[in-house]
Design a binder for this molecule. Structure first.
Ligand SMILES: [Zn+2]
Length: 186
């Protein structure tokens, strides 16, 4: 459904406006996917997957990492709402990933609490060799790292993976083409 939705989005055939769903969903909801996405204004999951009200349970934080409250939201989606897919969605040209690269390569520091969103991405940057495209490789490495950490999250995610009721996957949205690459981590 996410793949079909992204194809419609790329073709400019979005159909998310469905006022009738407001009343339909007033008594309950069963979103089919939990999406962990960046706060970047160019990456709203409902739009780029062409999904409307009630479809997606979305956690957005700059840099699409998962802290303890993010994990709690994911676990709520799985255990209370019955969601079967958890998708970590990174994107190209991510400012926070760029900041993490600068923290590693230039020892950059950040004011206020900005460092708290940069810090969880630094291990992904450190896992890579330097080079011109380090920031773009770090986007993928960050998604893969978040996916593998989620897969080890006991007990709710691990139980869902074991009994086959949950799938955790990673994807990267290309802000230049509108296309989502679903082959990043499965
Ligand atoms: Zn971003």
């Amino acid at each position: 459904m996410l793949k079909e939705g992204n194809a419609a989005f790329v073709q400019g055939a979005c159909t998310t406006g469905a006022p009738g769903r407001i009343h339909e969903l007033a008594d309950g909801r069963a979103p089919f996917a939990v999406i962990i996405a960046c706060s970047d204004s160019r990456t709203p999951p409902s739009a780029l997957f062409n999904r409307g009200l009630g479809d997606l349970f979305i956690i957005r934080v700059a840099g699409n990492t998962v802290d303890s409250s993010g994990l709690g939201s994911i676990e709520y989606g799985i255990s209370v709402l019955g969601t079967s897919l958890v998708l970590v969605l990174g994107h190209t040209h991510c400012g926070v990933v760029n900041a993490a690269v600068k923290a590693v390569t230039e020892k950059a520091k950040f004011p206020g609490s900005i460092g708290t969103i940069v810090a969880p991405i630094i291990p992904a940057v450190r896992s890579l060799k330097g080079g011109d495209d380090l920031a773009e490789r770090a986007v993928t490495a960050n998604v893969q790292r978040v996916v593998s950490r989620l897969k080890a999250a006991k007990p709710i995610v691990t139980k869902g993976l074991q009994d086959g009721s949950v799938k955790v996957a990673g994807a990267v949205y290309d802000i230049a083409t509108g296309k989502v690459d679903f082959g990043v981590a499965a």
